[in-house]
Design a binder for this molecule. Sequence first.
Ligand code: FES
Length: 116
Amino acid sequence: MAQRCTVTVCRDCCCGSRTKHPAVDHDAQIDRLRAELEPEHRIRTSLCLDVCSQSNAIVVQPAPEARRRGARPVWFGLVLDDTVLDDLITWVRDGGPGNADLPAVLELSVISPPTV
Ligand code: FES
Protein backbone atom coordinates (compact mmCIF):
# COMPACT_ATOMS: atom_id res chain seq x y z
CA MET A 1 0.00 0.00 0.00
CA ALA A 2 1.44 3.39 -0.96
CA GLN A 3 2.17 5.58 1.99
CA ARG A 4 0.27 8.81 2.03
CA CYS A 5 0.69 11.58 4.59
CA THR A 6 3.00 11.46 7.58
CA VAL A 7 1.58 13.01 10.73
CA THR A 8 4.24 14.08 13.21
CA VAL A 9 2.95 14.52 16.72
CA CYS A 10 5.27 16.47 18.98
CA ARG A 11 5.70 14.91 22.40
CA ASP A 12 8.38 16.39 24.58
CA CYS A 13 8.71 19.08 27.22
CA CYS A 14 5.45 20.93 26.49
CA CYS A 15 3.47 19.00 23.89
CA GLY A 16 1.95 16.04 25.67
CA SER A 17 2.69 17.55 29.07
CA ARG A 18 0.09 16.84 31.74
CA THR A 19 1.62 19.64 33.77
CA LYS A 20 1.12 22.20 31.03
CA HIS A 21 -2.18 20.83 29.73
CA PRO A 22 -3.76 18.82 32.56
CA ALA A 23 -7.18 18.66 30.96
CA VAL A 24 -5.95 16.95 27.79
CA ASP A 25 -5.66 13.19 27.38
CA HIS A 26 -2.49 13.25 25.32
CA ASP A 27 -2.18 9.50 24.90
CA ALA A 28 -5.74 9.39 23.60
CA GLN A 29 -4.84 11.91 20.90
CA ILE A 30 -2.17 9.60 19.52
CA ASP A 31 -4.38 6.54 19.92
CA ARG A 32 -7.12 8.25 17.91
CA LEU A 33 -4.76 9.37 15.17
CA ARG A 34 -3.43 5.84 14.85
CA ALA A 35 -6.86 4.24 14.94
CA GLU A 36 -8.33 6.62 12.38
CA LEU A 37 -5.42 7.06 9.97
CA GLU A 38 -3.15 4.02 10.01
CA PRO A 39 -2.10 2.13 7.98
CA GLU A 40 -2.89 4.45 5.05
CA HIS A 41 -1.00 7.25 6.75
CA ARG A 42 2.00 7.18 9.02
CA ILE A 43 1.82 8.51 12.57
CA ARG A 44 5.02 9.24 14.44
CA THR A 45 6.05 11.20 17.50
CA SER A 46 8.93 13.63 17.70
CA LEU A 47 11.05 15.46 20.20
CA CYS A 48 10.47 19.20 20.66
CA LEU A 49 9.72 20.98 17.39
CA ASP A 50 10.63 24.40 18.86
CA VAL A 51 7.13 25.84 18.92
CA CYS A 52 6.41 25.15 22.60
CA SER A 53 4.18 28.17 23.04
CA GLN A 54 1.85 26.53 20.49
CA SER A 55 1.74 23.11 22.16
CA ASN A 56 0.39 20.62 21.32
CA ALA A 57 1.95 20.84 17.87
CA ILE A 58 1.26 18.49 14.98
CA VAL A 59 2.82 18.61 11.51
CA VAL A 60 1.16 17.00 8.49
CA GLN A 61 3.63 16.13 5.77
CA PRO A 62 2.25 15.64 2.28
CA ALA A 63 2.10 12.34 0.52
CA PRO A 64 5.19 11.79 -1.67
CA GLU A 65 3.33 12.45 -4.92
CA ALA A 66 1.87 15.69 -3.55
CA ARG A 67 5.30 16.74 -2.35
CA ARG A 68 6.66 16.17 -5.86
CA ARG A 69 3.97 18.56 -7.08
CA GLY A 70 5.16 21.19 -4.60
CA ALA A 71 3.00 20.55 -1.53
CA ARG A 72 4.65 21.45 1.75
CA PRO A 73 4.16 20.36 5.36
CA VAL A 74 1.45 22.16 7.31
CA TRP A 75 2.03 22.95 10.98
CA PHE A 76 -0.78 23.06 13.51
CA GLY A 77 -0.65 24.48 17.01
CA LEU A 78 -2.79 24.39 20.12
CA VAL A 79 -4.22 21.02 19.15
CA LEU A 80 -5.84 20.50 22.51
CA ASP A 81 -9.41 19.47 21.86
CA ASP A 82 -11.27 16.79 20.00
CA THR A 83 -12.85 19.17 17.52
CA VAL A 84 -9.52 20.27 16.07
CA LEU A 85 -8.30 16.69 16.05
CA ASP A 86 -11.49 15.58 14.25
CA ASP A 87 -11.02 18.26 11.59
CA LEU A 88 -7.37 17.35 11.15
CA ILE A 89 -8.16 13.64 10.79
CA THR A 90 -10.85 14.37 8.20
CA TRP A 91 -8.52 16.58 6.20
CA VAL A 92 -5.73 13.97 6.20
CA ARG A 93 -8.22 11.30 5.14
CA ASP A 94 -9.25 13.57 2.29
CA GLY A 95 -5.62 13.68 1.14
CA GLY A 96 -3.93 16.38 3.24
CA PRO A 97 -1.46 18.93 1.83
CA GLY A 98 -1.62 19.32 -1.94
CA ASN A 99 -4.59 16.98 -2.30
CA ALA A 100 -7.39 18.53 -0.25
CA ASP A 101 -8.27 22.14 0.49
CA LEU A 102 -7.63 23.09 4.08
CA PRO A 103 -11.01 23.73 5.74
CA ALA A 104 -11.39 27.32 6.95
CA VAL A 105 -11.93 26.18 10.51
CA LEU A 106 -8.67 24.27 10.44
CA GLU A 107 -6.81 27.26 9.04
CA LEU A 108 -7.31 28.86 12.44
CA SER A 109 -4.96 26.27 13.90
CA VAL A 110 -2.19 26.67 11.33
CA ILE A 111 1.07 28.03 12.72
CA SER A 112 4.37 29.02 11.17
CA PRO A 113 7.24 26.58 11.49
CA PRO A 114 10.17 27.82 13.55
CA THR A 115 12.75 29.81 11.63
CA VAL A 116 16.18 28.26 11.48
S1 FES B 1 7.51 20.19 23.06
FE1 FES B 1 6.36 20.40 21.21
S2 FES B 1 7.16 22.23 20.39
FE2 FES B 1 8.33 21.98 22.18
